[in-house]
Design a binder for this molecule. Structure first.
Ligand code: ZN
Length: 423
């Protein structure tokens, strides 16, 4: 089974759970991920906790929610599809005409065959979500709109996995858990994240500490920052927010505010060799938790990595962002990008050759048997790399200058290190 297929299977298990900003569905999501990595810790932060300008919300539990016609037939039922209920909806119990019902049923005029994903976290609302076509097809009747939901003092759940390395310097990889029954824009991130943990743990040597975190978007990121601000600011050297990483379409990089961090540099470099026409977005196009992690008082060197960027694909925030929109090849592509990013960071430093004039490759047996020749000629990779190993450029700079992917240069570095060529 490929890594992409394994990630797809995890995503399939997570997909239907009743996630929201708080609640049992989030905990269940984290518990399933713990089956893949038992070091994943679950942190609970009580409702009502003040986190900077915000407050941890009450927990939300849906006991039952449906719309019934006058014959008692269920038109929509939360038990069948949790997208049918407005996220965080309050309770209601009303019998209404079709026209009166409109106030409580959210549809999408521009995509009439799809159910919109709709939430109301910070204003008390109640209601259901339906495709416009199904709503329009309903006959005149008296409909029973019934929602039995509790909002109570509970907690907000955060998953945290810290994998120690040789230094305290950290690579930070957050993602979110808050959308029910949404594939690319939600469970793709957690499913990829847990497989990255496996990859990181299997590295023969780990220079950096890795911090992998899952929480609901926005309030979860703010809450996590409130718990860990000082250590994040002190230790994180590069961060990658994962969102929408399971489809087969684009690769996207949402830059940090000034597009000038190590995270910007390494992801742009890796993507350039994976797909020359990947999409780059400015921080002005931010939308996920880079909003919090790059905010002025936090200022982490973090970018956002997506395949199709949130908001840029038609299936986004609709019932069409389901398991058929993501694929094992889509996941595999994102996995390959992120593992290349990790490898690049692990080997990224300034290399200085200690030989004066060109290195005599022949007498050192530096025959290029270590690399499969493809588009890059291995001997040129060595000589060109050495030409710029002057202590001024790190590995990513050299890759950008000489047009060879870092993954190939890592093989060059390993070979040259064995021959003790660097200062
Ligand atoms: Zn979303």
């Amino acid at each position: 089974m490929t890594k992409g297929e394994e990630i797809y299977q995890i995503a399939e298990r997570l997909f239907p759970l009743d996630r929201s900003i708080t609640g049992e569905g989030n905990r269940e999501t984290l518990r399933i991920l713990q089956e893949y990595d038992s070091d994943l810790k679950i942190i609970e932060v009580p409702s009502g906790t003040e986190v900077f300008d915000w407050t941890v919300p009450k927990e939300w539990r849906v006991n039952e929610a449906y719309i019934e016609n006058s014959k008692g037939e269920r038109i929509v039922d939360f038990a069948d599809n949790n997208l049918c209920l407005l996220g965080y909806s309050y309770s209601m119990d009303e019998k209404l005409s079709k026209d009166q019902m409109k106030e409580f049923v959210f549809t999408l005029d521009s995509q009439p065959d799809l159910i919109p994903y709709t939430t109301s976290y910070y204003k008390e609302r109640r209601g259901f979500c339906m495709s416009k076509n199904s709503f329009d097809a309903l006959p005149e009747d008296t409909y029973h709109l019934y929602i039995d939901a509790d909002h109570f003092d509970g907690s907000l759940s955060i998953g945290e996995l810290v994998i120690p390395g040789e230094t305290n310097e950290e690579i930070f990889i957050p993602t979110y858990i808050c959308h029910p029954s949404m594939a690319n824009d939600n469970i793709s991130g957690p499913a990829l994240l847990i497989k990255l943990a496996e990859y990181i743990k299997a590295l023969p040597k780990r220079r950096y500490t890795y911090r992998l975190v899952l929480h609901p978007e926005t309030i979860g990121a703010i809450t996590y920052i409130s718990l860990r601000l000082e250590e994040l600011k002190k230790n994180v050297i590069a961060g990658f927010n994962l969102t929408c990483v399971g489809d087969d379409n684009d690769y996207s990089l949402v830059h940090s505010p000034y597009a000038d961090t190590l995270a910007d540099k390494v992801l742009a470099n890796v993507l350039k060799y994976v797909k020359t026409d990947f999409s780059e977005y400015s921080f002005l196009d931010r939308g996920s938790d880079e909003r919090q992690y790059c905010s002025p008082k936090v200022g982490l060197p973090l970018v956002c990595f997506c395949r199709s960027k949130f908001g840029e694909y038609p299936e986004y925030h609709t019932s069409a962002d389901d398991m058929s929109y993501v694929s094992s090849t889509g996941f595999q592509g994102a996995y390959d990008v992120m593992t290349k990013v990790i490898d690049a960071l692990e080997y990224n430093k300034k290399y200085s050759v200690k030989v004066t004039c060109e290195v005599q490759l022949g007498k050192r047996d530096l025959i290029p048997t270590f690399s499969q020749k493809g588009t890059y000629d291995a001997i040129y990779s060595i000589t060109r790399f050495l030409a710029y190993a002057d202590g001024k450029n790190d590995l990513i700079d050299i890759s950008n200058i000489i047009g060879v992917p870092v993954s190939e240069l890592i093989q060059v570095v390993k070979q040259l290190e064995e021959k003790d060529i660097f200062e």
